[in-house]
Design a protein. Structure first.
Ligand SMILES: NC(=O)C1=CN([C@@H]2O[C@H](COP(=O)(O)OP(=O)(O)OC[C@H]3O[C@@H](n4cnc5c(N)ncnc54)[C@H](OP(=O)(O)O)[C@@H]3O)[C@@H](O)[C@H]2O)C=CC1
Ligand SMILES: O=C1O[C@H](COP(=O)(O)O)[C@@H](O)[C@H](O)[C@H]1O
Length: 490
């Protein structure tokens, strides 16, 4: 998948970040680049060029970056920070404006022989204009890549438009649509677990699997991102991209290799096989919720609408649970339950593969099937308990824990998903980025849900902050004799 070991130094590069003063750059991109620099992977003569409209100079941007590293890197070394900051340059520029002062950026990018990465950490509405300007100003070289942050559009039509606009100036193999869930160690590990363990590989289908759950639960609320989030909601913010990407990795067929297109060909087939949710299915298969006041981390927290402080009450969903089915020979009939929400009881991203129960008789009333749990965060791990006999007389069964900790921060690993992905863009390895057809296939499945919600006069079901979402999410599984992992464990 990655052709260069995590510890190897990459070729030198110019990384140009549009949106250099924004939250994403400060919280994720600069800390990730710093960590790779501190790990010795980034050559000292590489350059990181920040651009935004704000009239800063190098010194002022470096000061903001120093502060961000202080806040978001807990083991930053001040002498390494100084060397890292020396690589940073800033150009004040409105990337969407063809008449802006592009000469400043052009004079900095004077080495056509270096890999150039343009990272668009701005509103997606600007992507087409920025791509056009980069091309028109002669800044796009043969080895340039353009990294696009999510969301790519807000529905199928707008996603197609973004893809077309950027695709007019950059060939598809140079467009890197980032989905940071694909950079997570435990998500990549699904591929190893499935295809390096023949026992699991043979049981990975509708004969053996009863159902699959993917949960991405967050304790946080709006975090000052209300302007963006209220126009988005949980379906667009988490399900269309991160959770559907995880689903593709869980459900895809064995790829012929770990090369980018082999993997992405299989992933897109899964998306194309998702059974469309028609109007009649929607009520039974999709639940949306919005938090009202409650408790989070032992503190009282306000309702979404109070946090948002808008003029009129918002109908935006902060929680979604849905039942997907993959209409192919391997998975037909197996429910894939996906859910994500804000202000849930704990931060937890987890995949549960529930295997079918044993035949009744031998050990009493039948026995629950085994359950593979892939914990993505926090504390990434894989757990597959085996049932063994309790010592002593009789055949009472108990679980013998068989779990492995996956330590993303171990030597050669990454503390944050962005670290590997940012350098994959330099290396030109798109395996863990989302191809155009994948984005569009995911939107094609999600858009009818958004349209149905728009027509629907009702709104999201209320849930108390600090709980696992509205009761309707639990009922959706109960109707099929299933339960969310935390209910089953209770
Ligand atoms: N923050 C996050 O955790 C995540 C963000 N994203 C996505 O990343 C992108 C950025 O998000 P975020 O950092 O939160 O947003 P912010 O609003 O914090 O930052 C936006 C940045 O874009 C700059 N900008 C705005 N207009 C222009 C322009 N015309 N030319 C150049 N720069 C411009 C702003 O600076 P200035 O005003 O000075 O021009 C600022 O630096 C969005 O697409 C978002 O959806 C995706 C996942 C997570
Ligand atoms: O993309 C996003 O992801 C974060 C959650 O990411 P994680 O790595 O912490 O699980 C989410 O908070 C945010 O709303 C969304 O835009």
């Amino acid at each position: 998948m990655s052709h260069i070991a995590a510890s190897e130094r990459v070729d030198t590069f110019d990384y140009v970040i549009f949106g250099a003063t924004g939250d994403l750059t400060m919280r994720k991109l600069l800390p990730a680049l710093y960590r790779r620099f501190a790990a010795g992977q980034v050559p000292d003569d590489a350059r990181i060029v920040g651009t935004a409209r704000s009239p800063l100079d190098d010194k002022a941007w470096r000061e903001r970056a120093r502060q961000a590293l202080g806040e978001h890197v807990n083991d930053a070394d001040s002498s390494v920070v100084d060397r890292f900051l020396a690589m940073l340059r800033y150009v004040s520029l409105n990337g969407a404006d063809a008449n802006a002062h592009w000469d400043g950026l052009r004079s900095l990018l004077d080495r056509d022989d270096r890999v150039r990465v343009f990272y668009l950490a701005t509103a997606p509405a600007l992507y087409g204009d920025i791509a056009r300007n980069l091309d028109a100003k002669g800044l796009r070289t043969e080895t340039s890549r353009i990294v696009l942050e999510k969301p790519i559009g807000t529905d199928l039509d707008t996603a197609r438009r973004v893809n077309e606009d950027v695709g007019r100036y950059f060939p598809e193999n140079s467009i890197f649509r980032i989905d940071h869930y694909l950079g997570k160690e435990a998500v990549q590990n699904i591929i190893a677990l499935r295809f390096a363990n023949p026992m699991l590989e043979r049981m990975w289908d509708r004969q053996s699997v009863d159902y699959v759950q993917v949960t991405a639960a967050e304790t946080v609320g709006l975090e000052g991102r209300g302007g963006y989030y209220d126009g988005s909601g949980a379906l667009r913010d988490m399900i269309q991209n991160h959770l559907l990407q995880v689903l593709t990795v869980v459900a895809m067929e064995r790829p012929v290799s770990l090369d980018a297109d082999a993997l992405r060909d299989e992933k897109v087939r899964v998306l194309a096989s998702l059974k469309p949710l028609d109007r009649d299915d929607l009520g039974a298969s999709v639940v949306r919720g919005q938090y009202v006041e409650g408790t989070s981390g032992g503190k009282a927290v306000p309702a979404y609408n109070d946090e948002l402080d808008g003029e009129a009450p918002s109908r935006t969903e902060t929680f979604v649970a849905l039942r997907a089915e993959i209409d192919n020979a391997r998975w037909r009939g197996v429910p894939f339950y996906l859910r994500s929400g804000k202000r849930l009881p704990r931060k937890l991203t987890e995949i549960v593969v529930q295997f079918r129960a044993t035949e009744p008789g031998l050990f009493g009333d039948g026995h629950p099937g085994s359950r593979l749990v892939i914990r993505v965060q926090p504390d990434a791990s894989v757990t597959l308990p085996l049932f063994v006999k309790h010592p002593g007389n009789g055949f009472a069964l108990e679980e013998a824990d068989a779990s492995s900790r996956l330590d993303p921060g171990a030597a050669g690993g990454f503390q944050d998903a962005y670290e590997g992905l940012l350098l994959d863009a330099v290396k030109g390895n798109p395996a863990l980025f989302v191809r155009k057809d994948e984005t569009e296939a995911a939107w094609a499945w999600v858009t009818p849900i958004l349209e149905a919600w728009q027509r629907d006069e009702g709104g999201p079901d209320a849930y108390e902050a600090g709980t696992w979402g509205p009761a309707s999410a639990r009922h959706m599984l109960q109707r099929e004799g299933h339960a969310w992992a935390e209910d089953a464990a209770a």
